[in-house]
Design a protein around this ligand. Structure first.
Ligand SMILES: [Zn+2]
Length: 192
């Protein structure tokens, strides 16, 4: 639950497959198997989405578990989108074996009307604002904050949340750390 995956810390083994993946009972903007999450994460996601709905904010699950093989395709897609520029792709997509999505502990969230899905403007949507203010109460952290690229290796992703459990999420808030690397005293991972 507290594993740190980054450009210096690949999955081990590289094609790691999490056990106990389940489909969370929340609105989905993606199909199985990419909506699956680890059991503990799925339960927390359900509580999170229910609390948002109580506040009148509609969330959807845009991307959950991604296999090693899926990440090969995802990364290749972003390299192609960037005209073969791997440095540009590396700022926004992990290479296979280095993605948090492979752990089953991370998910991309969207607003139910599809506004600003996987875009920087998601931060300004009701869903983005609600997540930023409340996700920690359910054991989630914003994994790639703006301005932390030198530590996390990724430009800001206001939609990518990671389950770390309540203890770590609350501790980070209390101590004012915004990355897992800082919280656990690990080296920055700006590159591979
Ligand atoms: Zn993500």
């Amino acid at each position: 639950m507290t594993v740190v995956v980054n450009k210096k810390r690949p999955l081990d083994p590289i094609d790691y497959f999490p056990s106990g993946l389940v489909l969370p009972a929340v609105p989905l903007a993606v199909q199985e198997p990419n909506a699956l999450l680890r059991g503990d994460t799925a339960a927390a996601v359900q509580d999170l989405f229910a609390a948002a709905a109580d506040d009148g904010v509609g969330l959807t699950l845009v991307s959950g578990y991604r296999s090693y093989q899926d990440q090969v395709s995802t990364y290749e897609h972003w390299v192609a989108q960037n005209g073969g520029d791997t440095a540009a792709a590396d700022r926004i997509s992990a290479r296979a074996g280095f993605s948090e999505h492979q752990t089953g502990l991370a998910f991309d969230v969207g607003q139910d009307d599809g506004a600003c899905t996987l875009s920087p403007c998601f931060a300004d949507t009701a869903a983005g604002q609600w997540m930023a203010a409340n996700a920690h109460r359910f054991g989630f952290i914003l994994r790639y904050p703006d301005g932390a690229e030198g530590i996390t290796g990724f430009s800001g992703e206001s939609w990518h949340y990671r389950y770390v459990g309540l203890d770590v999420a609350e501790a980070m808030r209390a101590e004012g750390t915004v990355t897992l690397e800082e919280h656990f005293g690990l080296p920055a991972a700006p590159g591979y």
